[in-house]
Design a protein. Sequence first.
Length: 348
Amino acid sequence: MIFASLPAYESIANTSWTQKLRKRTIRELHKEGMKDEVMDGLMISFLHTIYQVLLPISLPVIGGALLKKFKRLDTKPLSTLSLYVMSPALIFETLLQAEVSGGEVLKTVIFCLLNVLLLWLVSEGAGRFLSMSQPERSGLNLVTMFTNSVNYGLPLVLLAFGQAGLDKASVYVIVQIIIINTIGVFLAAKSHFSVKKALLSVFTLPSVYAALLAVLLRLLQVSLPDALGTGVSLLSAAYAPLALVILGAQMTGVSSGEDKPGVAKQAFVTGMLLRLLIAPFIAWGILAVLQADGLLFSVIMILSSMPAAVNAVILAEQYDAAPALVSKCILWTTLASFAVLPVWLLAL
């Protein structure tokens, strides 16, 4: 895989200061007169995380942003290629070879359902408490509930946790794809929602069929021919850099603001707080209740702490669910994530 040779998370986990802090609390070290050294160690670990994990990710993102700004890069063909070719190949190969137990799959599915329910309750409650309009509440729902777990999350997990982390992330991503194309459409559309349209949209996504095929082959214990497996691997390896280039270009498009009305400061601040602060702690609580631990806990926590999903703005624009609010939150949660995610990586 494209990033599997960069075991950044393992490097971070094995630094001497990280190991020390696992054995002794900061209070204990403070008693020993080592507070300054502890803070220096934490800062070094933080910068090390940014260098090893986020710097490699930022390069294709910057490349995509520059192409969009100076060459008017059209992301639609690239998005189609990613959605219908690269992403299914990645999902297929990962699930075919994944070392994920039935218990982990069950916990992931239950987590996704509980998480989306609680986030909806929190965002809807906040919107009503602040007397937001119906479109603003719908936009706030989209920003809070759905994360950029595909274009941004999968490459980050692969780089930070390696193939083992990607195995567990693939199950989460499949469930999220189904949820955003059903519950996401419902929340965006509200009064003119079509259950049939939402359900049919799920079955137009090749990633769903790729996942089903991978599960079937595993059950039948059938292996792919070497040549075919190599071809799938080539497509799969191309997914991460392509997705990040698309992300950079889409962020530039969002920031241009193309004739969109202003966004209420109250709604924007609420969206930022819910997505970056409240949502991760809700995820932490659910995982604790489900008794998820180890790598599964870390992977789901990171995916749940990602910025708002870029695809949310498509739903917002299609169903007039405060697209300006959604666009602004996507841009700023993504930018803020470069500072927030290293903290979560260190905490995990």
